[in-house]
Design a protein around this ligand. Structure first.
Ligand SMILES: Cc1ncc(C[n+]2csc(CCOP(=O)(O)OP(=O)(O)O)c2C)c(N)n1
Ligand SMILES: CC(=O)[C@@H](O)[C@H](O)COP(=O)(O)O
Ligand SMILES: [Mg+2]
Length: 635
């Protein structure tokens, strides 16, 4: 709805003013916020369709609640651009997800309105419950509101929190933002249940019961009656959430401020845990995103008047695509293969696999822990599960990896996408820790392909093993070494010398082999493509160590406990005294920005690797090995 009123956003520096806006002003404000989201995301790229869907909800929340005193906890946080725009960050929106700019997610350090840092899903109810109980314990009068999507609600963690919250006496409101979408169409029994809640049949059966429940809460009953008359919203009891101990209200139209605002106002005055079911549309207000919310979930830059267009020249093949093709080829070859994704079908390159092998494809929802144990069960019965999972999301399933897969030594392949820095999503999504956290697990192996061709070969090698193996590869494209479409493997646990030089041997794990090779040209160093962080090719390492003055290890992962640490451990164990320079990601979180720039800032591009080696091992000085008397080796 466009009006002739002067724009409201430019003079709105925090949400306190909008608390006094009338309904017409709030509607105008929502329109302005939506335009602002579309305009900015089309210039920066980012999570578009989820944000277009939360505009009215955000306006209503900041209108009704006394933020930041009242706590809004957004789940995932990829839908918080309207919240950022309304909380003093509108002018910084052009910097979104860029180096030094606004984060794409809530961050406590960015604004006092960002009450809880997020980006991994399904944490909001736990965090909001913690805040609500803290308020109670401290005698503070405040509301805590968790806003969680229907996709995020599929995670076990969300249900752990509901289970706890339902018996807690505190001011907690959980808002389910139900747009009937995850990144891809939602899956599972919960989705079916939510669809039932929405169905006329359920509503008809529940309406009378709803009235009797609501009579105990007169103001809510009054507006419920009004909604019925106007057929705008409805109030029904819902067995599942009520059985968890919540007072369930909804479903209501999450784009209708006339429904949202009085509902929230009334809920504010009810005692005990409250659950509001709000129905929204992903992409609301931008026709192209409404029609294709998957494509507009996280687009790059685009012209809003045209929409997303196919690039004129085919872009370089990504590691994700290499994996997707390999998965289909291996599935054609071996009927035992099953593919599992925890809600990341597109991001993990499994769209084609689902089409071609629907009975061997499992999207288990945002449920990484379940995905891994489910794979273990499949493997017990002789199937060959491939779990495609982002490195950062595997963190959720650490115990499952140890307890259910590794201890039982089950042949599960982990296709670990987004290993290393991911760029615009920042620290929460960086695949920085997988080598350290997997390397210490007995029975696990870890392959680190240096390019696309090796990625395919090492996936085959991993698949041939009779124990768990992870193959880690980064976001996007690599050196452009395209695979042959055969299913040939590389030797298990073996590296290769890629360049013979003198003095310094650079041991590269993964795609940083290529900048390492460039650096080595200038240094005349030896370069080894190690390929495996575990098992380490110790024979090759010792051979190289014997013929060089110093070792440099390079990896796109945390230095502490990483592949470089494996090298120093192996040298120590063999009683070899050799200086080792470990290059990788430092002991700090690396924020969002262009991935190449971020790597350069960490000294992990060719120039940085060369400079750091020169600084540590100047050519004019002969490299000294550590004094043997200082080190005791066990016999
Ligand atoms: C633990 C975890 N797994 C996977 C993801 C990737 N992810 C981000 S948003 C999303 C879908 C969320 O759906 P929903 O909560 O319904 O929000 P919507 O985008 O529909 O608003 C997924 C799977 C994540 N952020 N965290
Ligand atoms: C919010 C979230 O977790 C996802 O949407 C993520 O941003 C996707 O990342 P990719 O673009 O690397 O698939
Ligand atoms: Mg959703």
């Amino acid at each position: 709805m466009k009006t002739n009123m002067a724009p409201l956003l430019p003079t709105l520096h925090d949400p306190s003013a909008l608390r006094h806006f009338d309904r017409a002003q709030l509607k105008q404000l929502a329109d302005e916020v939506r335009d602002c989201v579309l305009d900015n995301v089309s210039r920066t790229g980012g999570h578009l369709s989820s944000n277009l869907g939360t505009v009215e909800l955000t306006v209503a929340l900041h209108h009704v609640f006394n933020t930041p005193h009242d706590r809004l906890v957004w789940d995932v946080g990829h839908q918080t651009y309207p919240h950022k725009i309304l909380t003093g960050r509108r002018e910084r929106m052009p910097t979104l997800r860029q180096l030094g700019g606004l984060s794409g997610f809530p961050q406590r350090g960015e604004s006092e309105y960002d009450t809880f840092g997020t980006a991994h899903s399904s944490t909001s109810i736990s965090a909001a419950l913690g805040m609500a109980m803290a308020a109670r314990q401290k005698g503070e009068d405040r509301h805590s509101v968790a806003i969680i999507g229907d996709g995020a609600l599929t995670a076990g963690m969300a249900f752990e929190a509901l289970n706890n919250a339902g018996v807690c006496d505190c001011k907690l409101l959980v808002i389910l933002n139900d747009n009937d979408m995850s990144i891809s169409p939602p899956v599972g029994a919960l989705n079916r249940y939510l669809a039932q809640l929405m169905s006329g049949q359920f509503y008809a059966a529940a309406k009378n019961a709803g009235k009797s429940v609501l009579r105990k809460a007169p103001p809510l009953f009054e507006f419920a009656k009004r909604f019925e008359q106007h057929a705008k919203g409805m109030v029904v009891p819902a067995t599942l959430f009520e059985k968890f101990g919540f007072n369930y209200v909804g479903p209501i139209d999450g784009h209708d401020l006339d429904s949202l605002i009085p509902t929230l106002e009334n809920l504010k005055h009810l005692e005990g845990p409250q659950f509001l079911h709000v129905v929204t549309k992903k992409g609301q207000g931008y026709k192209l995103a409404e029609a294709d919310p998957v494509a507009y979930h996280g687009p790059g830059k685009f012209d809003p008047s045209v929409g997303l267009v196919k690039p004129a020249t085919a872009p370089k093949q990504t590691f994700t695509q290499v994996f997707g093709q390999w998965l289909c080829d291996m599935a054609s070859h071996d009927g035992r293969l099953v593919g599992i994704t925890p809600a990341m079908r597109e991001g993990s390159g499994m769209v084609e696999f689902e089409k071609r092998f629907p009975n061997r494809y499992y999207d288990v929802g945002i449920a990484e822990q379940h995905a891994v144990t489910f794979a273990a069960g499949l493997a017990c019965e002789g199937l060959k599960p491939v779990v495609a999972i982002y490195s950062t999301f595997l963190q959720r399933a650490y115990d499952q990896m140890i307890h259910d897969v590794a201890i039982q030594n089950l042949p599960v392949v982990f296709a670990l996408d987004r290993a290393g820095l991911v760029g615009a999503d920042g620290a929460t999504h960086a695949g920085a820790y997988d080598i350290p956290f997997m390397r210490c697990i007995p029975n696990m192996s870890i392959a680190c392909p240096a390019d696309e061709a090796e990625c395919r070969q090492l996936l085959t090698t991993a698949y041939q093993q009779n124990h768990p193996v992870a193959v880690r590869y980064p976001r996007g494209a690599g050196a452009g070494v395209m695979p042959h479409l055969t299913l040939d493997a590389l030797p298990f646990g073996k590296g290769e010398i890629r360049r013979n030089g003198e003095r310094i041997a650079i041991l590269a794990f993964g795609t940083l082999l290529h900048p390492a090779l460039q650096a080595a040209e200038a240094l005349n160093a030896t370069v080894v493509n190690m390929r495996w962080a575990k098992p380490l090719d110790v024979a090759l390492l010792l051979r190289v160590a014997a013929s060089h003055e110093a070792i440099v290890t390079v990896e796109e992962g945390a230095i502490m406990g990483g592949a470089g640490s494996a090298v120093t451990e192996a040298l120590n164990a063999a009683g070899v005294l050799k200086p080792v320079l470990q290059l990788g990601l430092p002991d700090q979180f690396i924020e969002h920005g262009d991935p190449a720039k971020l790597l350069a800032l960490q000294g992990l591009d060719a120039a940085g690797i060369e400079a750091r080696i020169r600084a540590r091992f100047p050519r004019e000085q002969r490299v000294q090995s550590p004094a043997p008397s200082l080190v005791q080796f066990p016999r």
